[in-house]
Write a protein that binds this ligand. Structure first.
Ligand SMILES: [Zn+2]
Length: 56
């Protein structure tokens, strides 16, 4: 058996494509917060109105 077919890697580098450096925005009132790495926007709540934030 030759080990063909496996071992040629995946084309993706790193793993942080979208996550870093953006901001999250409240879809309800428009409040923005800096996005923190490791914390998804939809895990945040708007401090003003309490709606779930979304990625800008
Ligand atoms: Zn809000």
């Amino acid at each position: 058996m030759n080990g063909r077919g496996m071992g040629q890697g995946r084309g993706q580098k790193g793993g942080m494509g979208l996550g870093v450096g953006g901001s999250c925005v409240c879809p309800s009132c428009g409040h923005k917060e800096a996005h923190r790495r490791g914390v998804p926007c939809n895990g945040l709540k708007c401090p003003k109105c309490g709606a779930v934030m979304t990625r800008e």
